[in-house]
Design a protein around this ligand. Structure first.
Ligand SMILES: CC(=O)N[C@@H](CCC[C@H](N)C(=O)O)C(=O)O
Length: 378
């Protein structure tokens, strides 16, 4: 049997940025190879740093998919754990837990040939390049394309034993914003001879706050957050340029597009009024809202409600983003939150999941997938 805790701790020490998950892929492939021994129904292929494992069913009428993401974040870890990452990146979004659960599920579900086909997707670049979209658009699934797709995401403020989802929208659609105002730098003492990009950026930051308060229906939801502003060099030099990096989030595509349009109008207006050049990139890529299929979600929720060790929570949507939204836009399916009881939030340098969530998830989600693909007797 796989030692899942050791596997998770090893994966935790080697986080890699999206589409550069080379060591992660190599390690996963070693374990997958071990699991595939003497199983003629077990097939593996790779796509860039992603991995697809296909278990051919004995009498298939459909293909059920389970997806995990495999990338880490450019965050320096501050957990103090003995197995903390030291390479400057961190699995601060829990993808080490996601991968380990997927391996545990693969071990369990491949112990005998399932009746239905089962695809395990180890997907790169969830955080940055929408790897799910890249793979789908490149037709990486081919004949292994699932008819139903499932996946999970860890959630720090839920307890181990909690599985949460809903029969509608679970996560927001996001859009990454990169914006630069270009002006003319100069001496602090001669502002009339320069054109200050930093002042323009400050007006812009203040004005975009009105998108949510004045352009979005109060009964809908949107977020506009700028997490990065870079301008200037020192106190007595007027900044030539100002760079802003942010994100838009909304529960529907319609609201996302209104927010994108309004942000563009405000940026263009500010650039015009300050006589600056504007460089604006709005990148939504595959980060569509994560919309659960109502019928499949209701079936899944009923299943988990009947499991004595699971506390099933019918949960409100969150403004987190996920490129699984793109895959669920193409293929019906369901995403779940898995409780991991971490005092620190997702993307925090101190994010520290309770590892008891791993055996719990493998056991309970394993039962869920077993009844989906049928015929597995150990
Ligand atoms: C679960 C989670 O934290 N997901 C990320 C996804 C990032 C999407 C994209 N790169 C963006 O920044 O908009 C999140 O930040 O919600």
């Amino acid at each position: 049997m796989l030692d899942l805790i050791s596997i998770r701790r090893h994966l935790h020490q080697i986080p890699e940025i999206g589409l550069q998950e080379f060591e992660t892929q190599k390690y996963l492939l070693e374990i997958i190879k071990e699991l595939s021994q003497n199983k003629s129904f077990f097939h593996v292929k790779t796509w860039q740093t992603g991995i697809l494992v296909f278990l051919k069913g004995s009498a298939p009428t459909k293909t059920v998919g389970w997806r995990t993401d495999i990338d880490g974040l450019p965050i320096e870890e501050h957990t103090g754990l003995s197995f903390a990452s030291k390479n400057g990146c961190m699995h601060a979004c829990g993808h080490d837990i996601h991968m380990t659960v997927a391996l545990g599920l693969l071990e369990q579900l491949s112990s005998k040939q399932p009746k239905e086909n089962l695809l395990f997707l180890f997907q790169p670049a969830e955080e940055n390049e929408a790897g799910g979209k890249l793979m789908y658009d490149a037709q990486a699934f081919g004949e292994w394309t699932p008819d139903e797709f499932y996946g999970l995401h860890v959630r720090p403020d839920l307890n181990v034993g909690d599985i949460a989802t809903n029969a509608q929208t679970l996560f927001a659609g996001t859009c990454e914003v990169e914006l630069t105002f270009w002006g003319t730098g100069g001496h602090a003492a001669f502002p009339h001879e320069a054109n200050d990009a930093l002042v323009a950026a400050s007006y812009f930051i203040t004005q975009v706050q009105t998108i949510v308060s004045r352009n979005i229906d109060p009964l809908a939801s949107a977020v506009v957050t700028f997490g990065k502003l870079e301008a200037g060099t020192t106190n007595n030099v007027i900044a030539e340029s100002a760079f802003l990096h942010g994100t838009i989030r909304s529960l529907t595509q319609e609201v996302n597009q209104i927010t994108q349009r309004r942000l563009r109008e405000l940026a263009e207006g500010i650039a015009k009024s300050f006589n600056l050049k504007l460089d604006l990139h709005l990148k939504q890529g595959g980060y569509l809202p994560v919309q659960n299929n109502p019928k499949l979600a209701q079936q899944a929720m009923r299943f988990f409600e009947e499991q004595s060790e699971v506390k099933l929570i019918d949960i409100a949507p969150a403004m987190t983003g996920e490129d699984f939204g793109y895959l669920l836009n193409k293929i019906p399916g369901v995403m779940f939150w898995l409780g991991i009881d971490s005092p620190a939030a997702l993307h925090s340098q101190k994010m520290m999941p309770n590892e008891a969530a791993i055996p719990f998830a493998v056991k309970e989600i394993g039962k869920f997938l077993e009844q989906k693909v049928g015929n597995i007797k150990k």
